[in-house]
Design a protein around this ligand. Structure first.
Ligand SMILES: NC(=O)c1ccc[n+]([C@@H]2O[C@H](COP(=O)([O-])OP(=O)(O)OC[C@H]3O[C@@H](n4cnc5c(N)ncnc54)[C@H](O)[C@@H]3O)[C@@H](O)[C@H]2O)c1
Length: 239
């Protein structure tokens, strides 16, 4: 069920954190990987190749619609996409330059997902099969633990887009779902002051604990799932 041999899976935001863990697990299950990030993914790619994986990487900003479309179009094969790249500044909406930050957060977390998913969905719908996993957040489900409202709005948008894309793609054999992580030990939360208080399991997630459900949604195990948002948050939100 979880065998991904011969499948090509694209992961955005793959240079670190949840994206890198997702890539490692996918590689272990036999997937061919297409990794992108605005940071360099080549160190991760070299490690995965040393273990026998086939990996393509590229570095570009997900806000660049043209580059994102070109990257998707250039791939000879595409069976699944994990739209994971994200950005979460821990600021205050009273900050003087907050409106500029708002635009950046929406452009990366919401429009960046659209920049990748528009060509990827067209491609997978026309071939009649595919899986898409959008990485949302507990912030988009219940307002988050400490996130600022730009991020909450962007991730709420990702959840709405999951439903919209799922309805569009399901009749064409493509499953679109989301994972909504709670606080996870990655670079994103450093400096946030988030701790385990208020998290029923008593700790933050390890990145692989978010990556595993993402990988499941890339697999045939999720063949009848469409428009689902998996809460992976240690019990913070039960929806
Ligand atoms: N860490 C958490 O607590 C948490 C909680 C809920 C949701 N998430 C979501 O999980 C996803 C992965 O985050 P993470 O925790 O691994 O953080 P991370 O910072 O380790 O990884 C995010 C990746 O996205 C890349 N990225 C950021 N902006 C980009 C851009 N403009 N173009 C291309 N790549 C860009 C970064 O370079 C980075 O490699 C994000 O969508 C994040 O919002 C994280």
């Amino acid at each position: 069920m979880l065998n991904l041999k011969g499948k090509t899976v694209m992961v955005t935001g793959a240079a670190g954190g949840i994206g890198a863990e997702t890539a490692r697990i996918l590689a272990g299950l036999g997937a061919r990987l297409v990794l992108c990030d605005r940071a360099d993914c080549s160190a991760l790619a070299d490690t995965l190749r040393a273990d026998g994986a086939e990996v393509i990487t590229d570095a570009f900003d997900i806000r660049d619609r043209h580059r994102a479309e070109q990257f998707v179009t250039d791939q000879p094969r595409l069976d699944a996409v994990v739209a994971n790249a994200g950005f979460c500044p821990w600021d205050d909406w009273h900050d003087p330059d907050w409106d500029d930050t708002f635009d950046d957060v929406i452009d990366i977390n919401l429009k960046g997902v659209i920049n990748v998913m528009r060509p990827a969905l067209d491609r997978m719908m026309s071939q009649g099969h595919g899986k898409a996993v959008l990485v949302a957040s507990v912030a988009g489900r219940m307002g988050g633990l400490k996130a600022s409202p730009h991020y909450v709005a962007a991730k709420g948008g990702v959840i709405s887009m999951t439903r919209w894309m799922a309805g569009k793609a399901a009749p064409h054999g493509v499953n679109v779902n989301a994972v909504a992580p709670g606080a996870t030990e990655t670079g994103m939360v450093s400096g946030s002051g988030i701790d385990a208080v208020g998290i029923p399991v008593g700790r933050l997630a390890a990145p692989e604990e978010i990556a595993r459900p993402i990988v499941f949604l890339c697999s045939d195990g999720a063949s009848y799932m469409s428009g689902a948002v998996l809460d992976v948050n240690g019990g913070v939100h039960v929806g």
